[in-house]
Each structure stands twice: as C-alpha cells, then as structure tokens.
Design a protein around this ligand. Structure first.
Ligand code: 8YV
Length: 328
C-alpha cells in the first residue's frame, strides 16, 4: 500500500466519534445519509478503495470481489459475523478480512436473555394489550405464561456469546445444556454446571428453551431444519440472536402457527430486512429488528476495532482480528 493515506470507503453511517477519527487517520469516504449501497455502488466502492469497511447489510460476494481494483487489500468489516463476505474469493485475491469480535458479546447476551424472558412470560403480548387500551384490569388467570426458573436451556454454539448467555441464564435458575463443534474446557463446563450434548438431535428433544448462538456458515445453514425443529417438544421456545439463516424460517413459522412449538424470540431473520408476514401475525413470537448488539458503547468499541485493524494493516503489521476461512 502506498505511503499516502489509504482510501477507506465506509458503507454505512458509523458513530460520529469513529467517523471523525477515521477522517483524521485515513482518506475516508463516508456514507453520511446511511442509505445502504446497491451492488453497483459496492462494485464502484471496491474499484476505488484501498480498504472497504462494510457491515452485515452489504453482500460482498464473488461478483463484487472479482471486480475489485488491485488496490483493495483489506476488508475491515464492522461486525462480528462475516457471512456477508465471500471469504474464499477474498483469500484467492489476497484480500485480508477482519471483523470486530469480543466487543459485542455482553450486549448480545443481554438481548438473548431479554428474549428468553420475554417469550415464555408474554412480555410482547402484555405490552400490546396496554397499548390497545383494552386492559380491563388484573385477573388471576390473565396473561399466564410459563416459569423460567428450573427449566432447561439448550445453547447451540458455546463461543463467547453462548457462554455469556449461560452465565446470565444460571442467575435465572435455568440449567445449562449445550451443543458445540468442540466440547468446552472442563473448568468452564464445571463453572456453568453445563451438560454437553454430542448429538444436537438428542439435545433438542430434551430442551424447554433453545438459544441459537453459533455463527452462520455453510455448515450451520438451516441447522435447525424442519426435521430438527420437529424434535423439539410442543412446549419448547426458540430464541435466535445469531443469524436467521441458521433456522429454516418457513418451517419455524408453520410450526409456531400450528402450536407445534410454544413460541420464539427472534432478533434476526433469514431474508433481512424482509420478515415472513405470517410471523408478524403470531402472538407467540417476539420480533426485534436485529438489535442484539445495538448499544452506543458497543458500536464505538466496534469502530475502535475497525480503526485498529486498518491502522495495523496499513502500518505493515498483522491486524489483530484477521478472519480465516478455517475459523468456520
Ligand atoms: C452487528 C451482528 O450489528 O456483528 C454481528 O455479527 O450481527 C450485529 O450485531 C452487525 O453485524 C454489524 O455489521
């Protein structure tokens, strides 16, 4: 990369403090009005940029990457998930990819916990009753949900976020069960009193609440397929703060509508920003607009990580948050 300031194209509006710092450090092109870029605009961006800073809303696919200029050497993504980037093509073209892991763990775990509480306790429904003006007062049998304490929570993906969810869930009296590519360290298992399930199928059949906390990769696409969803009992709840693609959303919607599942708390969707219209009609779901990590503190920490990744790379060092295909 040349000695002059690198051209950094940022695809979405970032917190002011981050944009200001990026303008000081780099030849930064901002997206001040925050309109998502079309694929054509993304191609224009990768033709001119030394560094691209995309987010989850940008599809950095093969067609975009193969049209990139020779100067594009780094994709410093603003976010932890990298399923919007074709990592194989990036590697073939010697483009380094970085992400922002670690800094949104606690916020995402908080939101996961909020959904774990909200769905069985019918928080969304209660809120809608209050806003409708139809509340006729307290009744011994009104708005009865299900107790959290003493239930079994099955966590799919016991990485940073899954572990942070488990720590919180124990405070609410949930017993911890998990399925993960690798069994976690015995010390962590002991701390969480967690039960490891080698077989996801077996775990699903025994859980009251299931939380999806694994990344979306080719291996986890529709991990919760129609077949696996059927293994859950009809009193089970599902929470997803990871990626919509991990669950077959149509199958989930059908089962929720047929009460073959008790409910779902979804922060992410298979075809964002589109949401299955039949989901919106269901009472037994709580729907959030992909806001699991949406805190100002988290966004600033993410921006700081992006800046550090770009700066170290431009200065000729290995950026700390390099993403390798083999990680997934
Ligand atoms: C981010 C996320 O807000 O980091 C992730 O993987 O899912 C979100 O919490 C988003 O990805 C930013 O690009």
């Amino acid at each position: 990369m040349s000695r002059k300031k690198p051209v950094v194209v940022v695809t979405r509006k970032l917190p002011d403090a981050i944009e200001t710092r990026m303008m000081e450090l780099f030849d930064t092109r901002l997206n001040r009005d925050d309109t998502p870029m079309s694929q054509t605009e993304l191609v224009e961006a990768v033709k001119t940029a030394d560094v691209l800073v995309p987010t989850v809303t940008d599809e950095i696919d093969k067609s975009v990457l193969t049209q990139a200029g020779d100067n594009l050497k780094l994709i410093a993504s603003f976010g932890t998930g990298v399923d919007h980037i074709d990592l194989a093509t990036a590697r073939q073209r010697s483009i380094t990819v970085t992400n922002t892991p670690g800094v949104l763990t606690e916020d995402t775990a908080d939101m996961t916990m909020a959904l774990i509480l909200s769905v069985p306790r019918r928080v969304g429904e209660g809120e809608r009753v209050m806003r409708s003006g139809d509340w006729s007062g307290w009744s011994p049998t009104a708005m009865l949900g299900h107790r959290i304490w003493g239930k079994r929570l099955g966590i799919i993906g016991m990485g940073r976020i899954g572990t942070a969810v488990a720590r919180r869930a124990r405070g609410f009296g949930l017993s911890i069960h998990y399925h993960n590519r690798r069994r976690v360290q015995p010390e962590l298992e002991a701390e969480l009193e967690a039960t490891h399930w080698e077989s996801l199928d077996q775990m699903l059949a025994h859980m009251d609440i299931v939380s999806v906390n694994c990344p979306h990769t080719p291996a986890t696409y529709h991990l919760l397929s129609a077949r696996r969803l059927k293994l859950l009992s009809d009193h089970a709840y599902i929470v997803n703060t990871s990626r919509g693609e991990v669950i077959d959303e149509n199958a989930l919607t059908r089962m929720l509508a047929a009460r073959e599942l008790a409910g779902a708390g979804l922060d992410v969707f298979e075809h964002e920003p589109a949401v299955n219209p039949r989901l919106v009609e269901l009472d037994n779901v709580v729907l959030l607009p992909h806001m699991g990590s949406a805190t100002i503190e988290g966004r600033i920490d993410m921006g700081e990580k992006v800046i550090i990744n770009i700066k170290t790379f431009v200065d000729g060092h290995a950026p700390p948050d390099r993403v390798l295909e083999t990680m997934f």
